[in-house]
Design a protein around this ligand. Structure first.
Ligand code: SF4
Length: 321
């Protein structure tokens, strides 16, 4: 199947008083249409910045973004408006991302009005109500305001708004992190149903490994701006090869996958700074397998097993491959 989105060597740096912060540093991947790429890592690893760069909410420092084979790295304002119809974003905190002065129907109607997707007032009302039906929001809530609704319903508004222009690709930035566990499952199921019905492609950003396991086809693991492992969801959970991924998964309570027994392996050592990062592997200060070479030379991302990419000098040795 063809890739709908390709990211090539994406970099996003920020100037700070202390130096240059390498928030995203050379991330490359592709996502097939209708699939979900989960992006995981600790807070501050650059995953949300990556999502924002892809949909042009942040300007990249370097790299190339291809959407449906077309280079969309540098866009004029008019081009950007066109591309935005196909690339939308769902945010973590629905309360913060919704205008408190607008009613539910006004929030959902806004993109339809901006992009002139309606022929009349009656058509607008019809489309808004249909979108509310699609995301499971009762029509009687059309005139309610975000503060009158619970977190789950607010996130349904965010989903309806993202769907309004019938996009092909959605960046979901921690869309269930702010919700109660019972509501999380409802929103995740809704998103999966919508994906199936509309052949949507998701980039799903989360720090929650149970969530990423539930929804992803492939998983990209990031550490301090770098991609350290990329593989199918099954390979990441059953056969992770990078020391950071191993530690990340060992640190959280997950249901046992297959017959695998979980070994606890806590991360020790100090987190390196992403500001003017030192040469070598960014995980070296916390890695139990680090050797001299790790502090001097940055490991390249290599395909260690079929469709399983790892950035570690000693991945083969550590995993007996
Ligand atoms: Fe650990 Fe070295 Fe591999 Fe980095 S390159 S993950 S420090 S063994």
């Amino acid at each position: 199947m063809a890739a709908i989105l390709e990211a090539k060597n994406i970099k996003k740096y920020f100037k700070t008083p202390k130096g240059t912060l390498h928030a995203v540093d050379g991330v490359s991947f592709s996502i097939e249409e209708g699939k979900t790429l989960g992006v995981v890592g600790e807070s501050g690893c650059g995953k949300s910045t990556l999502g924002r760069v892809l949909v042009h909410l942040l300007e990249r420092t370097d790299g190339q973004i291809l959407f449906e084979g077309k280079d969309i790295s540098d866009l004029t304002k008019a081009d950007l408006k066109n591309v935005r119809q196909n690339m939308q974003m769902i945010f973590q905190d629905p309360f913060a991302s919704l205008n408190p002065r607008q009613s539910v129907s006004e929030i959902i109607a806004e993109p339809l009005q901006i992009y002139r997707r309606v022929s009349s007032k009656a058509d607008l009302e019809k489309q808004v109500l249909e979108l509310m039906d699609t995301v499971g929001l009762a029509r009687r809530l059309a005139n309610s305001y975000p503060h009158e609704l619970d977190g789950g319903r607010r996130q349904r508004i965010g989903v309806a708004r993202a769907l309004a222009l019938n996009p092909k690709f959605i960046v979901c930035d921690e869309p269930v992190s702010a919700l109660d566990v019972s509501i999380q499952a409802q929103i995740l199921n809704l998103m999966q149903d919508l994906q199936e019905e509309r052949n949507l492609t998701y980039l799903f950003i989360t720090h929650n490994l149970s969530v990423v396991k539930h929804i992803s086809d492939e998983i990209l693991v990031m550490y301090l701006g770098k991609m350290v492992e990329l593989a199918s969801d099954k390979d990441i959970f059953l056969n992770r090869l990078h020391p950071y991924t191993k530690a990340l998964l060992a640190a959280v309570p997950l249901p046992v996958y297959g017959t695998e027994k979980k070994k606890r392996q806590l991360l020790r050592g100090e987190l390196s700074s992403p500001i003017n990062p030192k040469p070598g592997c960014r995980f070296a200060a916390r890695c139990p397998y680090a050797k001299e070479q790790c502090h001097q030379k940055e490991p390249a991302l290599e395909e260690i097993m079929p469709k399983h990419f790892v950035a570690c000098h000693f991945a083969r040795e550590i995993n007996g491959i």
